[in-house]
Design a protein around this ligand. Structure first.
Ligand SMILES: Nc1nc2c(c(=O)[nH]1)N[C@@H](CNc1ccc(C(=O)N[C@@H](CCC(=O)O)C(=O)O)cc1)CN2
Ligand SMILES: CC(C)(CO)C(=O)C(=O)O
Length: 274
């Protein structure tokens, strides 16, 4: 078994750094309901993300921008009802973090729904303020850098970020800034693998990659993607269908966890070149 020896102990925020320091790769998947939460938890997933990707894979929209705090709270409550061990991370949806006060209000709603941490995208000044405001008030924060899907209108699509010296340097600085502001965890999405490796090596907090190469401290995928469902848009190169090899939904989840922990996923072909 590749699960850590204390696999029944609930995953706490301080435990994330301990797990990283012992070389354990953190495993995360998105989750939106109780049925999948029970299966993910039983398989030993470390983190469940109630991601605003639910706007795309559950609600069928073309982006995550229409998702509300009420939506995330609903799915957080559904997933939390069937979760014993995994740490639940809930997304602050588009503009719920526009001011620190709004972010605190939304975060409290999500914590009441069962989350143990909230995630917010970006490192602009007001985002750093929100991270600081929440963490000073004992609300654990996961930052999210690189391709931040809530920036899709400004970016003009879901495009790889951090290419070129200036963009790479900015991303490195942002990673330091979110940790200094109090973030406890950092998701890196769609950035060149060597850049994610460098950011991870310099990061005081664990990194979780999606399209960020094999050298992050952990990995995340959207549940629907790793079960081979058609997401209605072009399949990103970081996606692998684990259902084929896993034989069942529970088997697919176990196959994903084992592949991440053994360093077999992601492979080179799932990453982006500099
Ligand atoms: N279902 C699904 N929906 C999602 C995400 C996911 O994870 N899966 N994650 C968020 C969107 N993120 C991406 C990231 C990358 C791509 C993508 O398609 N990238 C191109 C690269 C584009 C480029 O080269 O610049 C590729 O070929 O991999 C699409 C959505 C929100 N919605
Ligand atoms: C998994 C990830 C990082 C993809 O954008 C996410 O934030 C989500 O699902 O909402």
């Amino acid at each position: 078994m590749t699960m850590p020896p204390d696999s029944s102990r609930p995953v706490t925020v301080p435990r994330l750094r301990e797990l990283r320091d012992t070389g354990h790769k953190l495993t995360m998947l998105t989750c939106y309901d109780a049925g999948f939460a029970r299966t993910l938890d039983a398989a030993g997933i470390d983190l469940m993300l109630i991601g605003d990707s639910l706007g795309m894979v559950v609600q069928g929209a073309a982006s995550t921008l229409g998702v509300t705090v009420t939506d995330i709270a609903y799915h957080t409550r559904c997933a939390a009802a069937a979760t014993q061990r995994a740490l639940i991370v809930a997304d602050l949806p588009f503009q719920a973090d526009a001011t620190p006060e709004r972010a605190l209000d939304a975060a409290c709603t999500l914590l009441r729904a069962g989350a143990g941490m909230v995630k917010l995208e970006g490192a602009a000044g007001h985002k750093l303020d929100a991270i600081r405001y929440l963490s000073e008030r004992d609300i654990p924060v996961c930052a999210h850098l690189g391709l931040t899907p809530q920036s899709v209108l400004r970016l003009g699509g879901f495009k790889v970020q951090g290419r070129g010296d200036a963009a790479a340097a900015q991303l490195r600085d942002d990673a330091q800034a979110v940790a200094a502001a109090g973030a406890e965890l950092l998701v890196l999405e769609a950035v060149p693998s060597p850049l994610a490796a460098a950011i991870t090596a310099a990061s005081p907090i664990p990194t979780i990659g999606i399209g960020a190469g094999p050298d992050c401290d952990g990995q995340v995928l959207v549940l629907h993607d790793m079960l081979g469902l058609d997401s209605g848009h072009r399949r990103p190169r970081f996606v692998q269908d684990f259902l084929a090899q896993g034989g069942s939904i529970a088997g697919a989840i176990r196959a994903y966890i084992e592949a991440v922990q053994a360093g077999r996923f992601p492979a080179a072909e799932h990453g982006y070149a500099a």
